[in-house]
Design a binder for this molecule. Structure first.
Ligand SMILES: [Zn+2]
Ligand SMILES: [Zn+2]
Length: 384
């Protein structure tokens, strides 16, 4: 390092001061190679070719959400329709989290084909792309997190990491990053590959037609209302809940496990994303199927409950976790001990768990409250 004092600098402005950051980058380049996508500098995200198919689909969805939500507020609908939409929405969130994320992206456990089939059907109805595409992008996100090689690069802003990355074509850096990773296991998985190839028909049948037709046939719901609640509003809510993991959980929150990385632990994101919000933990221990270091009952995390139940009946096996010693050691070496929520008394943990599950479910259902209040104050009958 060249130590140059202020006077020297004034006399010769051409002298550059080597800061520790530039030394660090040179060391990283020596490890990863000069052409590693981490060190690329791409042009502004919005100067790149736009992905018009996604722009049109997402624009239609968001305009439809406004129309449908107003219509749902001023119309009468069956309680069963709302419950049905919440159930399939929750199942699609669990399938994305436990399936395309923890199973296929990270291989944090193994699953038998009936469970995979269930995940693939419900993951498809989220309109979040195929499980294979998700896993490919997600592995790239982890490997090149918060750099130009990251498809959802949060350094480009909150909007870009939330949904903006869907609106532009992939950069050369992201493609280069993807080429460096091995996705052969994903292409060898026959069910996964079939869902990837037939994603659009699967989404149309299971994501649009069946959720509209089932309420009409079983409890005589109005077809337009069934479509509004069980397709448009459900897709909108689940998509944005999942997107917050890429945006909010790379911006706001705590970093107890590794304070040097950008991903954070964020309670609200944990509730709305169904247990994906402890993102600092997840980026440090991506192989841990729990995405936290607590017992299954202690924190709101429906995918963990799902995986545990499936393991009891033999549909899931080889569940991987980080040992308490490894977690403690990591916090001591790279994390922040003051932010680490250490194990408390059993009484505290039980009360905390009850609150966490109640608050988690309540926050995840935020979409119904405005409509419910509107109906309470304007209509004598809430549901028919
Ligand atoms: Zn992340
Ligand atoms: Zn992940």
């Amino acid at each position: 390092m060249n130590n140059v004092n202020a006077n020297d600098e004034n006399e010769n402005p051409s002298i550059t001061i080597e800061c520790s950051e530039s030394i660090m980058i040179e060391k990283l380049k020596a490890i990863h190679g000069q052409d590693d996508p981490r060190f690329n500098v791409e042009q502004s995200a919005w100067k790149r070719p736009l992905k018009w198919s996604n722009i049109i689909i997402l624009s239609i969805l968001h305009i439809a959400v406004i129309v449908c939500y107003v219509d749902v507020c001023i119309s009468l609908f069956h309680l069963e329709t709302a419950i049905f939409s919440i159930i399939i929405g929750a199942m699609s969130g669990i399938a994305t989290s436990a399936g395309s994320h923890r199973l296929w992206s990270h291989r944090s456990y193994k699953a038998r084909w009936p469970l995979k089939l269930w995940f693939l059907i419900f993951q498809a109805i989220t309109m979040n792309g195929s499980a294979l595409t998700y896993a490919r992008d997600h592995r790239t996100h982890h490997k090149y997190s918060d750099t130009e090689g990251d498809p959802k690069n949060p350094t480009r802003g909150l909007f870009y990491s939330h949904i903006g990355w869907w609106l532009v074509k992939k950069t050369e850096s992201v493609k280069q990053a993807g080429r460096k990773l091995d996705f052969s296991d994903l292409y060898k998985d026959k069910l996964l590959y079939f869902q990837h190839k037939c994603y659009i028909p699967i989404f149309i049948v299971f994501g649009i037609i069946l959720p509209t037709v089932i309420p009409v046939i079983l409890w005589n719901e109005d077809p337009w209302i069934a479509f509004s609640i069980c397709v448009v509003l459900r897709v909108f809510v689940v998509l944005h809940h999942l997107f917050t993991v890429n945006s909010l959980a790379h911006y706001f929150g705590y970093r107890p496990y590794d304070f040097r990385i950008r991903p954070t632990d964020h309670r609200i994101v944990n509730y709305i994303s169904f247990g994906e919000g402890l993102h600092n933990y997840h980026h440090v221990f991506p192989f841990d199927y729990r995405i936290n270091d607590r017992p299954q009952w202690e924190l709101f995390n429906p995918p963990v409950s799902c995986i545990r139940i499936c393991s009891l009946i033999g549909l899931a096996y080889d569940l991987k976790i980080a040992s308490p010693e490894v977690v403690k050691g990591t916090v001591a070496r790279k994390g922040c001990q003051a932010l680490y929520d250490s194990i408390r008394s059993m009484k505290f943990r039980i009360v905390n768990a009850i609150f966490d599950w109640i608050i988690g479910i309540s926050i995840a259902l935020w979409i119904i409250y405005p409509a419910l209040f509107y109906k309470l104050f304007t209509q004598p009958v809430i549901y028919i």
